[in-house]
Write a protein that binds this ligand. Structure first.
Ligand code: ADP
Ligand code: RBF
Ligand code: MG
Length: 460
């Protein structure tokens, strides 16, 4: 089997959004505000943007990429193995879960690890990246592309078994799909790599946002965009501003500045099909110019972490915005912010987990798990002023406005972000609840609660 692919030298340009007649990048920044007849339901941004016909855009992409693959006779993309290795490294090197898996494998009797490390690759290319990710410790790699031929060629990198791997079996899987349509159950992912594919998405900002929602805390999000060989000033000016696209997302950059592919490490060992371990002893001086340079941005979804000091709050429950979050299954008891002002000092805006109780309620006096949002609700046009909202993971069977609620905040889940409407927000809150339950079930966390807060947590 030959892995040779001939990509035209002008590939990046040929696939560029503007070259396709699609809306120029950045044209969606001014989004209309939907004003509903119920002011409380006003959403800060429109849920859809009709400017782009996504299906047509994706078909066009598929046709272009199909044509590209069928026209291949020889590889004109040098340093592909190095690039795959470098990207896999950015996605997985020093990944906390990868280390945990290594520990888990060491400790397990039969040497097999039960933990999984899932990666999502958007843009199949030749399949080298998927292979590099598996070699660097990923247990599952899901590769997406719009082009069936591109996926088939990438799958050729693998033997028949791995390319046809289904469901939860480890290995690489290849799916013809848009990243925005990947269902949550395919994840959560520990790493997402946009493999020179973000600029060709119908809506790059939306693609990034949806990808982030498929990740778990601590995940890496890597965006690598190739620069075409003859990149000129005009092309540079339409280059995606990836940092601007992620500004609203719960991501933090792992590097001060984007790493230029031009300085990617090269050694003769890297030229073959088997990417080598980047952590080996090659010195910086061995970096060379790559003729197919990429700009790579690496971000991290903040890890779920426990607070050094638990934050205790006790305040009456007040009326909130009456947004009907109860109807959506997520009622939030709004605490009187004046009463908890002191505790709020030093707490960053975001979503937390901990325990809550109604101390004066005979039946519901026991502590139960909860998620807490400390924030300004940027999803909604009323987004001013910080509120503290507690969703207790218990059915009280009644309202308790005016009653005192005790809350002990133990850990931080994620920063607050802006969603395209209540539904998307509630979907994410469900994921937050799952993560909170997991963290609060953790024995070490419960022991710490008993010690530091001085209460026994009840098992509901
Ligand atoms: P509001 O906008 O007034 O805060 P919500 O729709 O958020 O209204 O509903 C919150 C109210 O629902 C709380 O103040 C409380 O009285 C009630 N409630 C019932 N069950 C729960 C629960 N499990 N967690 C939080 N609040 C609950
Ligand atoms: N509002 C946001 O605008 N962005 C968020 O990221 C966000 N995260 C939340 C997470 C949890 C667990 C909860 C309970 C609420 C969150 N909210 C968030 C607040 C939400 O907008 C608010 O509860 C409803 O608008 C009702 O006031
Ligand atoms: Mg509320």
């Amino acid at each position: 089997m030959s892995s040779a692919l001939a990509f035209p030298a002008t590939r990046a340009r040929a696939l560029g959004g503007s070259a396709l007649g699609a809306r120029p990048l950045g044209a969606r920044s001014k989004r209309p505000v939907i004003a509903s007849s119920r002011p409380a339901l006003r959403v800060a941004r429109a849920a859809t943007d009709a400017v782009v016909d996504k299906a047509a855009h994706n078909e066009e992409q598929a046709a272009l990429r199909d044509e590209m693959v069928s026209g291949c006779t020889e590889c004109t993309m040098p340093f592909e193995a190095e690039r795959a290795s470098a990207l896999a490294n950015a996605a997985l090197a020093d990944h906390s879960r990868a280390s945990a898996i290594a520990r888990d494998a060491d400790e397990s009797d039969d040497g097999t690890s039960k933990m999984s490390l899932r990666a999502l690759v958007v843009g199949a290319e030749t399949g080298k990246l998927a292979r590099a990710l598996l070699q660097k410790g990923a247990t599952h790699v899901l590769v997406l592309d719009h082009s069936r031929l591109m996926l088939d060629r990438a799958a050729e990198q693998f033997d028949g078994t791995s390319s046809s791997t289904m469901g939860n079996d480890s290995g690489a899987r290849f799916l013809r799909a848009d990243v925005c349509d990947v269902p949550a159950y395919q994840g959560p992912f520990d790493a997402v790599v946009f493999n020179d594919s973000l600029a060709t998405q119908a809506d790059p900002a939306e693609a990034l946002r949806r990808a982030v929602l498929l990740t778990r805390p601590g995940a890496r999000v890597v965006v690598s965009e190739r620069e075409s060989v003859e990149a000129d000033e005009a092309e540079s000016s339409t280059r995606l501003d990836v940092d601007a696209l992620v500004a609203d997302l719960p991501l933090q950059s792992t590097l001060d500045s984007p790493r230029l592919g031009k300085t990617m490490r090269r050694s003769d060992d890297d030229r073959g099909d088997s990417p080598r371990d980047e952590s080996s002893d090659v010195h910086e001086s061995s970096f060379v110019d790559l003729s197919c340079g990429s700009v790579t941005h690496t971000y991290e979804v903040p890890p779920l972490f426990k607070l050094r000091d638990a934050v205790a709050m006790s305040a009456p429950v007040v009326e909130g915005f009456g947004r009907g979050s109860r109807l959506m299954g997520v009622p939030t008891a709004n605490l009187d912010v004046d009463v908890v002002a002191e505790a709020l000092e030093g707490m960053r805006r975001g979503v937390y987990f901990g325990f809550a109780r109604l101390p004066d309620d005979f039946k519901h006096g026991r502590w139960c798990k909860c998620v807490v949002n400390v924030g300004a609700r940027p999803t909604f046009a009323d987004g001013e002023g910080v509120t503290v909202e507690v969703h207790a993971l218990r059915d009280f069977g009644r309202d308790f406005y005016g009653e005192r609620m005790d809350v002990v905040v133990l850990g931080f889940l994620r920063p607050e972000m802006r969603f395209d409407g209540l539904q998307a927000l509630v979907a994410r809150i469900m994921a937050d609840i799952g993560l909170a339950r997991g963290a609060l079930d953790d024995r070490a966390c419960r022991e710490r609660v008993d010690e530091s807060v001085g209460f026994q947590v009840s098992d509901e």
